[in-house]
Design a protein around this ligand. Structure first.
Ligand code: PNS
Length: 162
């Protein structure tokens, strides 16, 4: 039986760090569904459609990755997709506390679903969607942290003349 892994997140926008994690997950599991959270408490910069399009474009070279969006509880969505694995990326110890709590809560809700952590490449350890958004918001740009299509979208969204 094939193993389906979900890689959930806000992906607002997808970064090279996310892409690294998705590629590594795809090398291990039969199918990876990168799942963009639809209704986040956070006000997202990009719409779910834009976030999905950027993720699809950035991961089109990996055949066993699909992009989807979800709403509600992650474990309900995982059951609906027949996924038995949740993937989360770890950058630093500071990620751990939140991730640990979420993994244990998800296990409490659905013991049959396993959370797997994939450690980032150190070159992406400082990369986060929020810092990238902030830099572009204030008119700055940063190279090699997001794919080309995302870079263009950030420039366009924040109307930066580069
Ligand atoms: O990229 P993010 O914002 O850190 O991703 C967080 C995400 C989407 C994985 C998390 O907020 C989530 O799973 N939300 C769905 C609602 C849910 O199941 N909450 C219970 C988690 S214990």
């Amino acid at each position: 039986m094939k193993t389906i892994a979900l890689y959930p997140g806000s992906f607002d926008p997808i970064t090279n760090g996310h892409i690294y994690i998705a590629e590594r997950a795809a090398a291990v599991f039969d199918e990876v569904i990168l799942s963009v959270l639809l209704n986040s408490n956070k006000n997202s910069t990009f719409s779910v459609k834009e976030r999905c399009e950027m993720a699809e474009e950035s991961l089109k070279h990996v055949k066993n990755i699909k992009v989807d969006n979800f709403d509600g509880l992650l474990i309900d969505y995982a059951k609906q997709k027949k996924a038995s694995v949740i993937i989360r990326g770890l950058r630093a110890m500071s990620d751990f506390e939140y991730e640990f709590q979420m993994a244990l809560m998800n296990r409490k809700l659905a013991p049959e679903i396993e959370t797997f952590f994939i450690v980032t490449d150190p070159k992406y350890s400082y990369v986060s969607s929020s810092s990238i958004r902030e830099i572009f918001h204030f008119g700055g740009t940063v190279d090699n942290v997001v794919p080309e299509c995302v870079f263009k979208k950030l420039i366009e969204h924040f109307k930066i003349n580069n």
